[in-house]
Design a protein around this ligand. Structure first.
Ligand code: HEC
Ligand code: HEC
Ligand code: HEC
Length: 365
């Protein structure tokens, strides 16, 4: 349904824009409209060998139908004006006959009108430079990340930027082909997408990371992050990312629980679409003196660690081969290759020593 509506709109716009173009242009436009009618308009084409400059990880999905671009720090409406955010995608509200494309003048007027409403306070039309940051190098028709901007019209979008040489012209971004070009302001109608925030503020921040305050950098100086990387301050703070994840008794993230509850879903390979080989066998270590015995759960480890992480560098493949002790763990060998570095600390005794036996203390921690 939506598809056919787009087609008729596009044709309508083509026809109206034809009025302001020369004859030679008319021929080109004619082909374009034929191609659109044949149904190719909503089938995105991607060049597999091209690097994706707008991967989904680049955006933080906010709960209100907007996304924050981690690179520019700009906040974008996921829907074009005239589309309605349904909670998971963008629908055009056909009943209300909402307008979804505007002449340059009307686009500015509409943005101002929306800016004065509560819902779109602080939202505005993007500049050409800002809008261009959404263009995909990899995909066309539409040339945008369609996961972040579902139902994005594969068509021209207006910007607030005027052509400096001749203000009869303004800049538009063609999200079908992914190009930015100037156009005569009068006589053409395009979509608009609202933006919020200030790209310069981040750019300034980016360039001055080296002189960021010691306090700011101290939050990142954890032996894992590179405090000399100028992009560091663009990352979400670890505390923010892990805020809602389950925690253990020491207040550290319980990654095992996070994994089992589905709060995190690591990929087996970077590209996704592969499964881990899961080995479901608990190994119980009993030489623990008066401490509860140690349960090593293969299943939980192999849900996200390939066998080669442990076999045969840290452990042989028959039980009892490795001479594990607390000393070796604190030295960073055996379990200590990870625990105390990338997994919970050896001081969380109860998480490993979890199998009670006669004479074992039940609790002192
Ligand atoms: C996080 C580390 C880790 C990972 C990952 C891991 N293992 Fe192990 N594995 C161990 C430890 C520890 C032992 C016990 C070694 C010992 O007692 O000396 C062990 C022992 C074994 C044993 C011997 C069991 C027995 O009863 O004698 C087999 C078989 C085995 N692992 C298979 C696998 C396979 C298959 C995978 C991958 C799917 C895998 N492991 C992944 C740590 C790991
Ligand atoms: C990452 C898992 C892990 C954590 C955390 C851990 N242990 Fe152990 N512990 C082991 C393993 C494995 C052994 C060796 C058992 C074996 O060889 O049968 C062990 C052995 C021991 C032993 C036997 C003597 C020795 O040194 O080997 C004691 C006592 C002990 N742990 C106490 C503790 C205490 C106290 C804590 C908390 C401060 C703790 N453990 C935390 C895994 C852990
Ligand atoms: C190759 C890295 C690696 C090694 C080696 C390793 N672990 Fe782990 N282990 C992890 C990771 C990662 C987690 C999940 C992260 C977390 O919870 O901090 C984990 C989680 C666990 C858990 C929590 C399970 C749960 O259900 O809460 C236990 C228990 C555990 N490890 C015991 C051991 C013991 C005992 C050894 C040594 C015999 C060992 N691990 C060796 C990486 C490792």
């Amino acid at each position: 349904m939506i598809r056919s509506r787009y087609h008729s709109e596009i044709n309508f716009m083509l026809n109206s824009s034809v009025l302001s173009f020369s004859k030679s242009r008319l021929a080109v436009v004619g082909c374009l409209s034929a191609a659109i009618v044949s149904g190719s308009a909503l089938a995105q084409t991607c060049e597999p060998s091209e690097r994706d400059n707008v991967p989904s990880q680049r955006y933080v999905i906010n709960s209100d139908g907007t996304v924050t671009d981690r690179v520019t720090a700009l906040i974008w409406q996921r829907c074009a004006v005239g589309q309605t955010w349904t909670g998971s995608s963008c629908d055009e509200d056909r009943k209300q006959q909402v307008r979804s494309w505007f002449s340059w003048k009307d686009a500015n007027r509409e943005a101002e009108r929306l800016h004065d409403t509560n819902r779109f306070k602080d939202w505005r039309l993007p500049t050409a430079q800002e809008l261009r940051t959404l263009v995909s190098n990899k995909c066309t028709d539409p040339s945008i990340n369609t996961e972040m901007f579902p139902g994005a019209p594969s068509w021209f979008f207006s910007t607030i930027s005027q052509y400096s040489v001749n203000d009869q012209y303004a800049w538009r971004v063609d999200f079908k082909k992914g190009v930015t070009e100037s156009h005569l302001k009068s006589g053409t109608s395009y979509h608009i997408r609202l933006v919020k925030g200030d790209v310069l503020a981040t750019a300034r921040k980016r360039n001055s990371t080296k002189s960021a305050t010691d306090e700011e950098l101290a939050q990142w100086d954890d032996g894992i992050h590179d405090i000399n990387n100028p992009d560091l301050l663009l990352l979400q703070k670890p505390k923010e990312v892990t805020r809602d994840l389950p925690k253990d008794s020491r207040g550290e993230v319980d990654w095992a629980a996070a994994l089992l509850t589905g709060a995190i879903q690591p990929r087996a390979i970077r590209e996704g679409g592969a499964d881990m080989v899961v080995w479901d066998q608990d190994i119980i270590f009993t030489e623990t003196a008066t401490m509860p015995h140690v349960r090593f759960p293969h299943k939980l480890h192999s849900m996200w660690l390939a066998c080669e992480n442990c076999h045969d560098e840290f452990f042989g493949t028959s039980k009892g081969q490795a001479d594990i002790s607390m000393e070796s763990i604190y030295q960073g060998r055996h379990c200590g290759a990870c625990h105390g570095r990338v997994a919970f600390s050896p001081n969380s005794c109860e998480r490993c020593h979890s199998v009670l036996h006669e004479g074992a203390p039940t609790k002192w921690w």
